[in-house]
Design a protein around this ligand. Structure first.
Ligand code: 13P
Length: 250
């Protein structure tokens, strides 16, 4: 089954009107026709600006979160799938470890957000990953399987529409990347779990790696059998680096 890799940038809480314009200008200038899918998950206040800047380009717009609730109602601070769709948002990161850690998102909450994204026609990028303590305790497999199982439980019927991202918490923003072998081992576990739930569709599903992926290590990580792209934080804020990662995904 052929599948295009996906390289998605996660700007996190970075950006500014002028900086965004400069970054997108540099990216579009350096981007020919990429052989992978490319997305940028930006802070919601910049959707309008990014929609205009990315119009007609090969870069899709993404969000960093989505409300679990349907559109409308008294939910201060939430952004519904319908709102995201108004701006042409195609992807939404769901269950990033920073949301789990700082905003108390549980596996069940993440699963509900995945359902909300799917109901809005937005592709969820579902993040799973273990902390350093969990890895050292030999619990990596158990943790990522539990996180993914909650999503499968609620969304089993349209599982093939989701993207999974393995992001070991200890590798995020630390400069400590999982080795290609460490990452591949976990990706293989996730693939087997998807296979169990979605059968043959699992082979066509994309499992991204995230955690200090950069221009220097991307090619080696992306060469692994079950690594189908990347979810990139810091390096997505630098046009030359992000372009190099995109070029490494083929
Ligand atoms: P870094 O690439 O900055 O480590 O961030 C990874 C990440 O959390 C992407 O979602």
């Amino acid at each position: 089954m052929t599948k295009k890799p996906l390289i998605a940038g996660n700007w996190k809480m970075n950006g500014g009107l002028a900086a965004n314009q400069a970054l997108i200008g540099a990216l579009l200038q350096g981007l020919d026709t990429p052989s992978c899918d490319v997305a940028l998950c930006v802070p919601a206040p910049y959707f309008s600006q990014l929609k205009a800047l990315l119009e007609g380009s090969a870069i899709a717009l993404g969000a960093q979160d989505i409300s679990a609730r349907p559109h409308g109602g008294a939910f201060t601070g939430e952004h519904s799938g319908a709102m995201l769709r108004d701006f042409g948002v195609r992807y939404a990161i769901v269950g990033h470890s920073e949301r789990r850690q700082y905003h108390g998102e549980t596996d069940e909450h993440v699963a509900a957000k995945v359902a909300a994204a799917l109901a809005s026609g937005i592709t969820p990028i579902v993040c799973v990953g273990e902390t350093l303590a969990e890895r050292e305790a030999g619990r990596t497999e158990e943790v990522v399987k539990r996180q993914l199982a909650a999503v499968i439980h609620v969304n089993g019927h349209c599982l093939s529409e989701i993207v999974v991202a393995y992001e070991p918490v200890w590798a995020i923003g630390t400069g400590k990347t999982a080795s290609p072998e460490q990452a591949q081992a976990v990706h293989a576990v996730l693939r087997a779990q998807l296979q169990h739930a979605a059968g043959d569709h699992a082979a066509g599903m994309r499992i991204l790696y995230g955690g200090s992926m950069n221009a220097a290590n991307a090619a080696e990580l992306l060469a692994q059998a079950d690594i189908d792209g990347g979810l990139i934080g810091g390096a997505s804020l630098k046009a030359p680096d992000f372009l190099q990662i995109i070029a490494a995904a083929r």
